[in-house]
Design a protein around this ligand. Structure first.
Ligand SMILES: Nc1ncnc2c1ncn2[C@@H]1O[C@H](COP(=O)(O)OP(=O)(O)OP(=O)(O)O)[C@@H](O)[C@H]1O
Length: 294
């Protein structure tokens, strides 16, 4: 289990990047951390790894805290962070990188060969990394996390630079990791992709979690439509129905407690106004727009 208890981190001239942040995650869960650039997502992962030391609060991994070298080592055998491409060794092969991670984390469950086959890397895995494209290096970085087989995986921008086929491949593997009981914290700007597999989505703002979406809970339904330049009548219609109005022109009328007749009436009203009218929950991308776009 991973616990973050009242963690505050500040940097000179930045103030609190993390402000009294708390979070508890059980194994077998994928938690997405969402926020615009420069908000503190990576800082949170660094605090979990203890590569950034909190001003106050603490991180607890399976009841262990970063109190001394021994507990730090014990925690670090349980955690594996997605490496930066700049950490790769240009002259070493992908296989050597996988062997290194497997050895450091004492992985006896999977082999570099099975991991490279799973990620369709077999053709080039024995070539030196200097011959890899950006996407090939990105896949190798993910393969290294798999090679660790650590119970907790911290994935910062794992999908960066990947084509849609590889995004789908890695997404499917992440879902399988959850089934295997891994605890995964993922930072990503691909919100439609996160929507498919996260168990929980946490939105950060001002150093705090401002929205915590349980993706398995029944999501409230909305009648959603888009108005580029709403008239006064259209604004009043939305206002009196307690609509959520988004900066990109999306209007969402809450359907909770509305009768079928009422919904049919609203549909008939808004259909001539907007080319796209639909019923559904607020998506992660829509939450993002509402929270961060001015
Ligand atoms: N070591 C540091 N020293 C000073 N300021 C830092 C340091 N690390 C991060 N920051 C600042 O903290 C803030 C949050 O940075 P962080 O990298 O955590 O953001 P992020 O949400 O991960 O952004 P991105 O989506 O761009 O990766 C930024 O303003 C950044 O400049």
């Amino acid at each position: 289990m991973l616990e973050i208890n009242h963690v505050t981190v500040s940097f000179p001239q930045k103030g609190h990047v993390l402000d009294d942040l708390s979070l508890k995650i059980n194994p077998g869960a994928i938690v997405g951390i969402i926020a615009p650039n420069g908000t503190g997502k990576s800082t949170l992962l660094h605090a979990i790894l203890n590569t950034v030391h909190p001003d106050s609060g603490d991180v607890v991994v399976d009841n262990l805290r970063y109190t001394n070298q021994k507990t730090t080592q014990q925690i670090h055998t349980r955690l594996c962070a997605f490496p930066e491409q700049s950490d790769l060794f240009a002259e070493l092969s992908g296989t050597t990188h996988l062997q290194l991670y497997a050895k450091l984390w004492h992985n006896q469950r999977t082999t570099p060969a099975s991991i490279s086959a799973q990620l369709h890397m077999t053709d080039y895995i024995d070539q030196p990394v200097r011959t890899y494209s950006l996407g090939m290096k990105q896949r190798l970085c993910f393969a290294m996390v798999l090679a660790s087989d650590a119970p907790i995986m911290l994935l910062d921008e794992v999908m960066n630079g990947l084509d849609p086929i590889n995004v789908a491949l890695i997404s499917a593997i992440i879902e399988q990791l959850r089934t295997d009981g891994k605890l995964i914290v993922i930072v990503s700007h691909l919100l439609t992709n996160l929507q498919e597999y996260t168990d929980r989505a946490l939105f950060m703002k001002g150093g705090k979690f401002v929205l915590d979406v349980d993706m398995h809970a029944e999501q409230p339904q909305y009648l959603k439509y888009t108005l580029a330049n709403p008239t006064t009548t259209q604004q009043q219609f939305a206002q009196t129905r307690h609509a959520l109005v988004f900066p990109n022109g999306l209007v969402a009328l809450p359907l909770t407690d509305q009768t079928d007749d009422q919904i049919a009436e609203w549909l008939a009203t808004v259909r001539p106004w907007s080319a796209t009218v639909m019923v559904g929950p607020i998506t992660l991308a829509e939450h993002f727009s509402r929270l961060y776009e001015s």
